[in-house]
Write a protein that binds this ligand. Structure first.
Ligand SMILES: [Zn+2]
Ligand SMILES: [Zn+2]
Length: 368
């Protein structure tokens, strides 16, 4: 009898998750099959379960950032430096594939994360097309998927502690163009905000201030090096702006990174930057509505620079992962993993993530 592989399927928004079995996959030429070691549960999965993202081909197998052990490859598989990736190797992979390299977005705008042909494991891949999400005992890596062996010394829990927040926060910091000695404010203390905090420190920020909730995440922020933290739920908007100004000589921060997902944070964040400061919006992954801003006061007279930041490219995953390995003792990313769940308990993991009961939740298909 052919091998059967279990996976968690999100059949439609609002429906309970289902455990289904799939035929054991075989790697296509240039691809691979990996045995899932851990896959993340993140805010994206909560949004997917509420149907807040357009163009999702339900039913899907969620889980876009994962680590696995290579079971079989479809011919020679190499990393970006030409090294062979053999069965048994512990790897992650860039969850985006299909970026065409030949459309207007790819070639003219050089904005590959806006390529209309890109597809994302666990988000825009249908369960009808196979094991293309991490909440499964095995994952099929299509030909062309960029595979990244985990660097020596970086444990699975370290890499997964930041999960997709790692390269996303890295990308936001790159967009911000942080200069040596900058004061940075991060709005939001989820994995994206916490990663932005860590990478901003590595980029030379003098200090990083974090506004977020709940207390467990703010505690993590201080452990990762935040100079000070403010609980967003106990301070009113004007008090939050004043809190930043009090710590910046009344001027505001050089850089503010929005990683909260709350549209109201944007008007508030623009009040927190100094004249000629920079503002990066990376947390508005879904359309949560409109807010009023004052173009004169917030942008024009302030001489502000405002950046959007959508997704990340392989370069961000690659460099973020190597930096995480280099600085794993300083940041102890693994401590962000609050709880691990068996495949059967994915529904509970999703509920805990939605309730902010965990910083990072992991699905461990190997555990029962
Ligand atoms: Zn393209
Ligand atoms: Zn994610």
């Amino acid at each position: 009898m052919p091998e059967q592989i279990q996976a968690v399927v999100m059949t439609a928004p609002g429906q309970p998750l289902e455990m289904r079995t799939f035929p054991g996959p075989h790697p296509e030429p240039g691809g691979a099959v990996i045995e899932t070691v851990a896959s993340e549960v993140c805010g994206t999965d909560v949004h997917l379960h509420h149907g807040r993202l357009p163009g999702v081909p339900y039913p899907i197998i969620p889980g876009h950032v994962s680590v696995g052990r290579v079971l079989e490859t479809g011919g020679a598989l190499r990393d970006v430096e030409g090294g062979a990736i053999e069965p048994g190797r512990l790897v992650t992979f860039y969850d985006v594939f299909g970026t065409c390299g030949s459309c207007w977005h790819c070639l003219v705008a050089k904005a590959a994360t806006r390529c209309p042909h890109r597809r994302v494991y666990g988000i825009t891949t249908s369960a009808q097309d196979g094991l293309l999400g991490g909440w499964a005992r095995q994952i099929e890596l299509k030909a062309g998927v960029r595979v990244l062996p985990l660097p020596d010394g970086l444990a699975v829990e370290d890499f997964m502690g930041a999960g997709c927040g790692g390269p996303t926060g890295f990308h936001a910091v790159e967009r911000a163009g942080i200069a040596l000695g900058d004061t940075v404010v991060v709005q939001g203390s989820g994995p994206v905000g916490l990663s932005a905090l860590a990478f901003a420190s590595l980029a030379g920020a003098l200090r990083v201030l974090v506004i977020g909730a709940p207390a467990s995440r703010l505690q993590a922020a201080r452990r990762l090096g935040a100079e000070d933290t403010l609980d967003v739920t106990t301070a009113r908007p004007q008090e939050r702006v004043a809190w930043v100004r009090d710590r910046t000589g009344g001027r505001g921060a050089d850089v503010v990174i929005e990683a909260s997902g709350n549209p109201a944070a944007v008007g508030e964040g623009l009040e927190m930057i100094r004249d000629a400061g920079r503002y990066v919006v990376v947390g508005q992954y879904t359309d949560a509505g409109d807010v009023a801003i004052n173009p004169h006061r917030h942008i024009n007279r302030r001489h502000a620079t405002v950046f959007g930041c959508w997704g990340y490219e392989y370069t961000h995953l690659h460099r973020a992962t190597l930096l995480m390995a280099r600085h794993r003792e300083r940041f102890q990313w693994s401590r962000l993993v609050t709880r691990e769940y068996a495949l059967e308990d994915a529904g509970r993991a999703l509920a805990d993530m939605e309730g902010l009961a965990v910083v990072k939740a992991l699905i461990r298909p190997g555990s029962r």
